[in-house]
Design a protein around this ligand. Structure first.
Ligand code: ADP
Ligand code: MG
Length: 308
């Protein structure tokens, strides 16, 4: 039976959902509308999203939020605790500052960095379970779900497909990939080559692979690469010696948040956390090394050594 596929823009990327062994397109269309509606409610780039409404009310009390926003926040806060704040969903002021810097190719002032850093702190995002509300304690604070939204959306889409009885499928949200059922081989982006050029491939079965890297957006100034993943400890783009990290496991929202954190913390510091949670990893370092955790070695194929 031929595969059915839907391809669409959302979450700042191009997404594809492919179903195998079924003539029905309906489950893919349902997953697609869910992803588009998550984009509408979770994006900081839409002034009418519920996240933008919450941010606009920072320091002014509670805002009612949807069950999806509530779940993403809860998962975000859990990942912040796990990573000692390396992943911080309240890094909105820092992300915005560096987004402007990257666009204008101009470093922000030390004063602006200090101010944005002071506003970042996941403990200031408070959740009210009983009434489905959230609030940011200080004026000027903002949440930014860019580091977790795709993973969360991939998990929700997988749930919709499973509930519809789909047994074999691939969900690809711009590099955040999920494989349902039968084993499939997926490419891992080469951080030094144009988008779509794989460094190697991974065979996944009922698993997700999520990549974080500073290669897609950014600029180099004084020989230092500035990108969009910010270390909340310094208020500047992370500099842990990694070009990219791919995490493999079963919980995509957690994987997405942790991939962002691991990219900030570096390979060595992250290994205990990954081992404890049974998460596999492919690290690409600035020196050109490609390192994989032993559990992934039977499923990983390296196409070329970086720089070769
Ligand atoms: P990608 O953008 O390729 O999906 P990530 O999942 O690593 O990569 O997300 C990066 C995004 O996460 C940034 O664009 C920004 O919106 C947000 N972000 C940046 N730094 C942090 C951080 N320390 N904690 C949480 N989110 C962050
Ligand atoms: Mg992430």
């Amino acid at each position: 039976m031929p595969a059915v596929q839907t391809m669409f823009p959302a979450l700042g990327t191009v997404n594809t959902i492919t179903l195998y062994d079924t003539p029905q397109k309906l489950p893919a269309d349902c997953a697609r509308s869910l992803i588009c509606s998550l984009d509408r409610s979770l994006s900081v780039f839409r002034p009418d999203s519920e996240i933008s409404r919450l941010n606009a009310r920072a320091g002014c009390g509670w805002t009612e939020i949807s069950p999806d926003a509530f779940s993403v926040f809860r998962e975000s806060l859990r990942c912040s605790e796990l990573t000692d704040g390396a992943f911080d969903v309240t890094a909105g002021p820092l992300s915005a500052l560096w987004r402007d810097a990257i666009r204008e190719r101009k470093l922000p002032s030390a004063r602006d960095i200090r101010r944005a850093r002071r506003l970042t702190g996941y403990r200031d995002l408070q959740l009210d379970d009983m009434n489905s509300r959230a609030r940011l304690r200080k004026a000027g604070q903002s949440v930014d779900l860019g580091g977790i939204a795709k993973g969360y959306a991939a998990g929700r889409a997988a749930g919709i497909l499973r509930d519809a009885g789909v047994s074999n499928a691939v969900i690809n949200l711009g590099g955040t990939v999920g494989v349902l059922g039968r084993a499939q081989t997926v490419g891992i982006q080469d951080p030094c080559r144009p988008t779509g050029t794989p460094l190697g491939s991974l065979t996944l079965k009922d698993a997700f692979a999520v990549t974080s890297g500073g290669y897609e957006r950014g600029f180099t100034i004084d020989g230092v690469r500035r990108h969009h993943i910010i270390d909340p400890r310094t208020g500047t783009p992370s500099d842990s010696g990694l070009l990219s990290v791919t995490l493999v496991g079963r919980r995509p929202a957690e994987l997405d948040a942790l991939a962002t954190a691991v990219f900030i913390l570096g390979a060595e510091a992250s290994m205990p956390l990954l081992r404890e949670r049974d998460i596999g990893a492919v690290f690409v370092t600035e020196e050109g090394g490609v390192f994989i955790t032993p559990d992934l070695s039977p499923d990983f194929k390296l196409y070329r050594q970086k720089g070769a």
